[in-house]
Design a protein around this ligand. Sequence first.
Ligand code: HPA
Length: 274
Amino acid sequence: MNKTYFEQVKETAAFIKEKVGEMPHIAIILGTGLGDLVNHIEIKTELDYHDIPNFPVSTVEGHSGKLIFGNLGGKYVMAMQGRFHYYEGYDMKQVTFPVRVMKELGVCTLFVSNASGGMNKEFRVGDVMIITDHINLFPENPLRGKNYEEWGPRFPAMTEAYSKGLIGMADDIAREDGIRLMHGVYVGTPGPTFETPAEYEYFRVIGGDAVGMSTVPEVIVANHAGIRVFGVSVITDLGGKDITEVPTHEEVQKAAVKAQPVMTHIIKRMLERI
Ligand code: HPA
């Protein structure tokens, strides 16, 4: 008989526990072009997504697909190098499967990063934006369907989807270290098209500062599961009515790679403080 989603999550978590031993309380999901953080982790164990039962396998360029366990900023963490995007064809349950597994392993704090297009007129390419809130424009919610009470409530609040405490900590670090940090609302869209000028404008008008194709599903599930979240977005291109530059995946990756030392620095310093 086919295993239920619930059983698959339990099975995958048991497999990881057996392989890895020590389990972390902190997890990090690395976005497009933002994998460099891994080079700062003192790696203890690595698992290839291919070798983890029930794990989806990442297909996008710039995502290598590994679960990494080790020390960063004096804390034992797990990092996902490569995430699963809705536009790749995964359904929302697959996209958020790793977050369910994280919870099962004992994770209580999640750092998420991504590359995004900026609509806020103050933003420049290469800016790092702390995500203060999001707008879900995916056609589906990962919590649609059967709710497992053990995992969280049927109607979870999303009032503080991004931990105010962690945002404050990032702000303190930025102030101390003289780092330019922006704040804003992340609009999550299914992709894979980048936005038309009218869509960028629309997202700005409804309250968005940056737009991207990830993060929102994982953050919804993390909130449902009682995991506190810190989100950071690297502005890799700008969009709007008057902007004529055409974004490409290569440019997005390049801009992310350039800006990632700032992101890495902030996350590392936050881990030292947590
Ligand atoms: N739109 C959507 N996703 C993105 C963008 C964008 O402009 N830049 C990086 N990811």
